[in-house]
Write a protein that binds this ligand. Structure first.
Ligand code: HMG
Length: 386
């Protein structure tokens, strides 16, 4: 049997609080249709003070890891652009919380929303290069913060996705080669002195679409793949409207009847994203989970994935759906997580927002606010996390 390397399990966690974007539109005196249709988002996850990238990542990964996984993981990659420490990798806190094997490499990587894809490709190369290695854990966890009453406010969100990468995976086999492109641009950035991102919004959307064209053309040239070889195409989703524009761009030359199924799959693939908002580096993989949870895809179907991280780096790659993949998904758990969330008023959301910004306090306690979470942040003593 040929060796396939890919995604064996996916875990997902998003905060237990959300804001309905109709409420936000009313408060900001904007037509709700702008947010729901123009931006393409319905709700956004709101981070409480007892969650951060480490606890969200632990909550996501705990869903999928059994005892054998914890023993067999020998590489743990934590992708984030919402780091909690300039020196120590969040991967080490995660390793401890999840009791993952100490004979593992554990580190943190950053390149905006592209980080988890970098992690995924490193995981692939690691397993391909080391026959005795068995499993790699890649997590992407972030908090998208632009600020109250900013243009980006409606595109905020938070959450974590955990991907277990193995040989003979049960969900998706990753294909090589892939196509990537990077170029230094100022479309979105967050200097160390800020806890909210800076974005040249319209410019950033144009770059996302430009990089899509560059990587898709490069992918086609490298592999000879046509769009019609792909059953569906998934996108990094900062907000669903931008993914939709990407899909329109890719499908311009297709006949209307052929186009339709790509747009149907796109709707399925953005269901969770519409409710959670941007979780930065996890967004593409939340879209993947959305599609897998809601569609019965035939084994062997090829899926295209477009990853984009501001700054900017993009990659286009494909993955093949594995037989009986549905048996591995925890659909009810994902849906229950979203259904049991508590709706906040705009005033409550603003209060949560202020509480989760940077603080000068070195020692503090945090009241538990996430009753369904396995892991939560309880504060700091002697500048050490609890
Ligand atoms: P804006 O000022 O709200 O833009 O900023 P707008 O006034 O052009 O409105 C947006 C859309 O709503 C337009 O549609 C309007 O026509 C429509 P479009 O022309 O785009 O098709 N609209 C309406 N539709 C229906 N009914 C109405 C109505 N009114 C208007 N009544 C912007 C939007 C995205 C720029 C802003 O939210 C922003 O700056 N967001 C943050 C940056 C961002 O998300 N960029 C995405 C690309 S970069 C990326 O993906 C990377 C990222 O994830 C970070 C990372 O890599 O780490 C961000």
């Amino acid at each position: 049997m040929a060796t396939i390397i890919g995604i064996d399990k996916i875990g997902f966690y998003s905060p237990e609080y959300y804001l309905d974007l109709t409420d936000l539109a009313t408060a900001r005196q904007v037509d709700p249709a702008k947010y729901k249709i123009g931006i393409g988002q319905d709700q956004m996850a709101v981070l409480p003070a007892d969650q951060d990238i480490v606890t969200m990542a632990a909550n996501a990964a705990a869903q999928i890891l059994d005892q054998a996984d914890r023993q067999q993981i020998d590489l743990l990659i934590f992708a984030t652009e919402s780091g909690i420490d300039q020196s120590k990798a969040a991967a080490l806190y995660l390793q401890e919380l999840l009791q993952i094997n100490h004979q593992a490499r554990a580190f943190e990587i950053k390149e905006a929303c592209y980080g988890a894809t970098a992690g995924l490709q490193i995981a692939y190369d690691h397993l391909a290069a080391h026959p005795t290695s068995q499993k790699v854990l890649v997590v992407g966890a972030d908090v998208a913060r632009y600020g109250i009453a900013t243009a980006g406010e409606v595109t905020q969100g938070a959450g974590a996705v955990a991907l277990l990468i193995t040989r003979q995976p049960r969900l998706l086999g990753l294909q090589q080669p892939t196509a990537y492109y990077s170029e230094e641009i100022m479309d979105f950035w967050r200097p160390n002195y800020r806890d909210t991102a800076l974005a040249d919004g319209k410019f950033s959307t144009a770059q996302y679409l430009r990089f899509l064209d560059l990587t898709w053309q490069a992918y086609r040239a490298k592999t000879g793949t046509q769009l019609t070889d792909l059953t569906a195409v998934l996108f990094h989703i900062p907000f669903t409207k931008l993914g939709l524009k990407g899909l329109r761009q890719l499908t311009t030359d297709l006949a209307a009847a052929t186009k339709e199924s790509y747009f149907d799959y796109f709707q399925q693939a953005t269901g969770y994203n519409r409710q959670v908002g941007n979780l930065y580096t996890g967004s593409l993989y939340l879209s993947l989970l959305s599609l897998l949870d809601q569609q019965q895809l035939a084994a062997g179907s090829k899926i295209g994935l477009y990853s984009y991280g501001s700054g900017a780096v993009a990659e286009f790659f494909t993955a093949v759906v594995q037989p009986n993949y549905q048996q591995t998904l925890q659909v009810a758990c994902h849906q229950q997580q979203l259904h049991q969330r508590q709706r906040l008023t705009v005033a409550e959301y603003e209060q949560f927002f202020m509480q989760t910004g940077l603080t000068d306090d070195h020692d503090f306690q945090i009241k538990r606010q996430s009753p369904h979470a396995d892991f939560y942040f309880a504060g700091q003593t002697d500048q050490r996390r609890i």
